[in-house]
Design a protein around this ligand. Structure first.
Ligand SMILES: NC(=O)c1ccc[n+]([C@@H]2O[C@H](COP(=O)([O-])OP(=O)(O)OC[C@H]3O[C@@H](n4cnc5c(N)ncnc54)[C@H](OP(=O)(O)O)[C@@H]3O)[C@@H](O)[C@H]2O)c1
Length: 291
């Protein structure tokens, strides 16, 4: 198979897509095109061709896909409705796709039978991709460390983070590690039909995560437990948090709390040759975001 010469990155202004874009540019050897609904504010690195596009308007994607060999596909929707036309558009132009799915997807379970909505949406898109004839790699990341940016306002304003399910353990993952795997899958051969379950190196409860943030920022920060109802009201009042995701998130947390402690995989290291970054590394990289 010929070399990949041009990659289209969707979600290029997001946590993972921005890293994919930056790492592709740094690696060199491919032309990088970034899709965004708002090129004026994208703020992407020099050398990236920034194009306007919306995944909810699949017919409008042909121009962005012109001359593209491989696509990093992230799914911004809380549903799977535009999957058919989006994947069809990819199939008209590209030959390879790396899809940002989720660890919520359970193997061997049909989309509608997946236990939660996040798994249902992502499995439906995965399945559509698998049937498309594209060469595919699915990335199934665990919880993003970047989710803890949801606490940034509280941390800037004081020394307390209020939330529900403080005892919940998560294996937080640095977006740079997801991107590093994506870059390999997009630009190297040997990742076809691979399903990569990606995690950070260790499980931490939310209470422990808050403690790490305090350690790195050099001031004590404590966790204050809220009831689910109080946490729900807090998230609904947060203009930066999508209302449609409040219940799926809290339901997911409740299920995770009842499930066995999440497993750690060595997939980041196996694919990239470098160990997965720790949560402490992530906080250090984002210290400025917490003020
Ligand atoms: N957070 C987690 O713990 C976690 C865990 C596993 C999987 N995931 C999955 O990861 C994905 C989120 O990735 P992320 O955190 O990197 O994203 P993000 O930071 O939330 O960024 C969202 C991106 O989506 C783009 N976007 C939104 N609507 C769009 C549309 N209609 N058409 C085209 N682009 C659109 C935005 O681009 P513009 O605004 O520039 O157009 C932006 O780049 C989701 O699918 C989520 O389910 C998340």
């Amino acid at each position: 198979m010929g070399a990949v010469r041009r990659v289209l990155v969707t979600g290029a202004t997001g946590n993972v897509g921005r890293q994919v874009t930056t790492q592709l540019v740094a690696a060199g050897g491919v032309e990088v095109r970034a899709l965004t609904r708002c090129p004026e504010t994208a703020g992407l690195p020099r050398g990236v061709e920034v194009v306007r596009g919306d995944l909810s308007d699949a017919d409008g994607l042909d121009a962005a896909l012109e001359g593209v060999d491989a696509v990093f596909l992230m799914w911004p929707f809380h549903g799977c409705a535009p999957a058919a036309p989006v994947v069809a558009a990819l199939g008209r132009h590209a030959r390879r796709v790396a899809f940002l799915s989720s660890v919520s997807v359970q193997d061997g379970v049909e989309p509608e039978a997946q236990p939660g909505p996040v798994g249902q949406w992502h499995r439906a898109v995965e399945q559509r991709i698998e049937r498309s004839g594209l060469e595919w790699t699915h990335l199934r990341p665990s919880t993003f460390a970047a989710n803890t940016l949801w606490w940034a306002d509280q941390i800037r304003a004081g020394d307390t983070v209020r939330g529900a399910y403080g005892a919940l353990s998560m294996v937080l993952l640095h977006e740079a590690d997801i991107a590093a795997v994506a870059v390999r899958a997009l630009t190297e051969d040997g990742h076809a039909e691979a399903v990569y379950t990606l995690t950070g190196p260790a499980a931490l409860t939310q209470i422990e995560q808050v403690r790490v943030i305090g350690d790195v920022l050099g001031r004590p920060i404590r966790w204050e437990e809220l009831s689910r109802d109080a946490a729900r009201r807090q998230l609904l009042a947060d203009d930066g948090f999508p209302d449609s995701f409040v219940d799926p998130l809290l339901d997911g947390y409740a299920e995770m709390l009842a499930a066995p402690r999440p497993a750690v995989t060595g997939t980041v290291a196996a694919v990239t040759g470098a160990p997965a970054r720790t949560y402490r590394d992530w906080v250090a990289d984002h210290a400025a975001d917490f003020g």
